[in-house]
Design a binder for this molecule. Structure first.
Ligand code: PEP
Ligand code: MG
Length: 604
């Protein structure tokens, strides 16, 4: 039976493939295809892991003290029995033999099938045995990973193997942490669906940066979909279709081809400078998460990096954070790759929905925080870890010797933070210079992400050379909506008049003071806002590389002078979206007619 599940669209396009269900706790299990000729060897790995776990459990049984409760021994016996049950290892074999999954993936696919069966059992006692199967499964997965000598994360990255000839796959999970999502960059998956998450949650942002269709907040998806079901992800409408009928499938295959054609058409704009009809040059920059993303930025025709989310360098490292030299190498790689174009490096912004990894002991413990989005995150965390902050500043300053660098400080709200940042910067400069290391052209900027920063902007701009508006957080903190919570996602509204007025005010003040201003939140890459932001006076946009060409197309068709005439009406409107649509429709008319209609909009 075909079912439709509705969620939030976060990354455009259509993906059609077989569902790979992954439990949130097993998202970092390696997913890659093996050579079909190696299927028997891969299955042997699984059997070897079973032998190892069996020995482990037997040893545990021996170690149980005599006086211990007999229940413990009985439990170990249950685990031993489950381990030998053909439903576990033998039933994972077809995933290897026919689908060419690696052993870890085959086992985790089979565990999903089994746990689903347990969930459906009527008998309470039997249903509770699910936890035992999960524990045995975890032991097997650990044994497999030990056998390879690689971390699960490293293995997941190995997922970039050629998988031509296999059915396309889409990942379905209850939740995926941003750090785990990162491991799926260049992986075997052609689409993602999660039960939880908001449109600008960091998981959604990473999915978007991968430029593959994704839907989040699909609530029941991971419960409804079964392992290996055929599914369609409609990333434009935010719909997941499970087991689509042939006609629907055909319709979506047609749309998929259209999306590809449109992409190919837009990519021809790559080398066209972004200049409006009235001759205003607009800077289109790229947002990146890792140094290797610089190549996508260049391919998309970005004229620099407007946001390097450096915290992604700090993720999935089991608590061992990158030192100054390692960071320096990473920043330098981006600066060199961009060949003289500016690179904006944001200092670490961990916290809220963006933990470093599950094992890290150095980051703030979010599970103990009452309200992580309002807690020790971004610059607050950096200033509470001065050694780490200084190391990062030194690494960035050193990278500036290889090309222009802009340092960006996240979530600034207090002038005291500004003063502290300045002091640490001066000290880092002295330390680098004292070592005889070169420093090149560096400017310092603040992210405008909380309303307080807008209200004290003139004071902030006395210290900072530029500001970059982080609309994702600005909306979150202005409207008091957790950006990662799908329960309040309908209230997360970039068109809210308060949000638009704060953005307009920031752009106007920065322009008036002759300071640089950019938008690097998701609004910059959303074509629905391009004209409006141009009308506000914005000339610098930073977005995922894949969004650059469609924003460029909007810029090329816009006339900033006419748009500006329509702005007051939009900002004063109770319903800015309607006002904006009306105003921008008029601005796409031509010459005198356009001016006449726009001025009427303003006068109304
Ligand atoms: C933002 O808040 O708009 C932003 C760009 O930062 P992040 O999404 O990483 O919080
Ligand atoms: Mg932010």
């Amino acid at each position: 039976m075909s079912i439709q599940v509705f969620g939030l669209p976060v990354s455009r396009g259509v993906a059609i493939g077989r569902a790979v269900l992954v439990a949130s706790s097993r998202v970092d299990v390696a997913h890659y295809f093996i050579d079909p000729a190696d299927a028997e060897r891969e299955y042997e790995r699984l059997r070897d892991a079973r032998t190892e776990v069996s020995a482990e459990l037997m040893a545990l049984k021996q170690e149980v003290p005599e006086e211990a409760h007999a229940e413990l021994v009985a439990l170990l016996d249950v685990h031993l029995m489950m381990l030998q049950d053909p439903m576990l290892v033998e039933s994972a074999q077809p995933w290897i033999a026919t689908r060419h999954y690696n052993a870890e993936w085959a086992l985790s696919a089979q565990l999903e099938v089994l746990t689903r069966q347990f969930d459906e059992m009527e008998d309470d006692y039997l249903r509770e045995r699910k936890a035992d199967v999960e524990q045995v499964g975890e032991r097997l997965l650990k044994a497999l990973t030990r056998g390879t000598g690689l971390s699960p994360g490293a293995l997941a990255n190995a997922g970039a193997r050629d998988f031509a000839g296999e059915d396309p796959l889409v990942l379905v999970a209850n939740d995926i942490a941003p750090a785990d999502m990162l491991q799926f960059k260049r992986s075997v998956f052609t689409g993602f669906v999660t039960d939880v998450g908001g449109r600008t949650s960091h998981t959604a942002i990473v999915a978007r940066s991968m430029d593959i269709p994704a839907v989040v907040g699909a609530r029941e998806a991971s419960r409804i979909v079964r392992q290996d079901d055929w599914v369609i992800i409609d990333g434009d409408a935010g719909i997941l279709i499970v087991n689509p009928p042939p006609m629907v499938l055909e319709e979506y295959r047609f749309r998929q081809r259209q999306v590809e054609l449109e992409r190919a058409r837009l990519s021809r704009l790559r080398h066209t400078p972004a200049v409006t009809l009235d001759g205003q040059t607009v800077e289109l920059l790229a947002n990146i998460e890792l140094p290797r993303d610089a190549s996508a930025a260049l391919e998309a025709g970005a004229v620099g990096v407007g946001l390097f989310r450096s915290e992604f360098l700090f993720m999935n490292r089991a608590g061992r954070l990158p030192d100054e030299d390692e960071q320096f190498e990473a920043y330098r790689a981006v600066v060199l790759a961009m060949g003289g174009m500016p690179v904006t490096i944001r200092t670490v912004d961990v916290g809220a929905d963006k933990p470093l990894d599950r094992a890290s002991s150095q980051e703030p413990r979010h599970d103990h925080m009452l309200n992580p989005a309002l807690g020790l995150r971004a610059i607050r965390w950096s200033l509470s870890e001065p050694d780490m902050f200084s190391e990062q500043l030194r690494a960035i300053l050193r990278a500036s010797a290889f090309g222009p660098v802009r340092i960006l400080i996240p979530m600034v709200a207090h002038l005291s933070e500004v003063q502290s940042v300045k002091q640490w910067m001066d000290r880092a400069r002295e330390e680098v210079t004292a070592r005889g290391q070169a420093i090149g052209e560096v400017t310092l900027g603040a992210m405008v992400e909380v309303p307080a920063a807008v209200l004290i902007l003139p004071s902030l701009l006395r210290t900072f050379d530029f500001v970059s508006i982080g609309t994702n957080d600005l909306i979150q903190y202005t409207l008091a909506i957790d950006r990662a919570d799908e329960a309040v996602a309908h209230l997360y509204d970039p068109w809210h008049p308060a949000v638009l007025r704060l953005i307009a005010q920031t752009i106007a003040q920065a322009n008036a003071m002759g300071k640089g201003v950019s938008v690097c939140g998701e609004m910059a890459g959303d074509p629905a806002f391009t004209e409006l932001l141009l009308a506000m006076g914005l000339r610098s946009f930073s977005m995922h590389p894949a969004q650059i060409s469609s924003i460029k197309q909007r810029v090329l068709r816009a006339d900033a002078r006419t748009l500006q005439l329509a702005l007051p009406a939009v900002l004063d409107a109770d319903q800015p979206q309607q006002a904006c649509e009306a105003a921008m429709r008029t601005s796409s008319k031509s010459g005198a007619e356009r001016l006449a209609v726009s001025s009427r909009t303003v006068l109304q």
